[in-house]
Design a protein around this ligand. Structure first.
Ligand SMILES: [Zn+2]
Ligand SMILES: [Zn+2]
Length: 209
């Protein structure tokens, strides 16, 4: 099964190990993707644990579940951002970083992404060794649009989020919502927002309830 976060990988090779606690995301984008998958699969404990410790104090799994009630999260697009590529530039996150800086947001889920990333990563590793930071940056920004259904209507959440590392793990701090958040109309014959290359009506529209 393709991962909920709309990567080209399968769930068990993408976000599932993070949700199970077997692995920790090595970049802000990975954390953001795994948090989306957590919302899509109602793993609210994971949502709670990926906030900074200070924020966790005022939250509970019940609160998170309550506030997410009624929404069916079905697709995610990660946007390329200048801020993300200049800040999130560590060796570990280079792969994800390349995706956001070389791919159109619209083809984030493209099957070609992996090959491109590999080429880009190798090229960068060879030609720009001096640009690699000595210490791993502890802050990163990721811009994304997440799509969900509520009461049979389609909504988008377009956010630029701040992430930082605490105790060696990436955490979601907060985000700024963009003006285009809210209910949207999406043509049933258009390519699905999840990047499946199917028509919307034959793909994620069937998850509406
Ligand atoms: Zn995933
Ligand atoms: Zn779809």
């Amino acid at each position: 099964m393709r991962c909920y976060c709309c990567s080209s990988k399968s769930f068990d090779e993408c976000c599932e190990p993070f949700l199970k606690g077997d692995k920790h995301p090595s970049s802000a984008e990975q954390l953001m993707r795994s948090r989306f998958s957590a919302y899509a699969t109602a793993h609210y404990q994971y949502i709670l644990e990926t906030y900074p410790k200070e924020k966790q104090q005022g939250l509970s799994v019940e609160d998170l579940a309550q506030s997410a009630q009624g929404a069916t999260w079905f697709a995610l697009k990660v946007h390329p951002t200048l801020a993300a590529s200049s800040v999130d530039n560590s060796v570990d996150s280079l792969v994800d970083n390349s995706v956001s800086s070389t791919e159109d947001s619209s083809i984030d889920c493209s099957v070609h992404a992996d090959a491109k990333v590999e080429a880009q990563t190798n090229a960068e590793a060879i030609s720009k060794p001096s640009l690699k930071p000595i210490t791993k940056p502890n802050n990163a920004i990721v811009e994304f649009t997440a799509y969900y259904f509520e009461n049979k209507s389609m909504y988008q959440l377009h956010e630029t989020s701040n992430f930082s590392v605490e105790d060696g793990k990436w955490r979601y701090h907060d985000g700024v919502l963009h003006d285009d958040c809210g209910k949207i109309k999406y043509g049933r014959n258009l390519p699905c927002v999840c990047g499946s290359n199917k028509k919307f009506k034959q793909c994620c529209a069937t998850k509406s309830r």
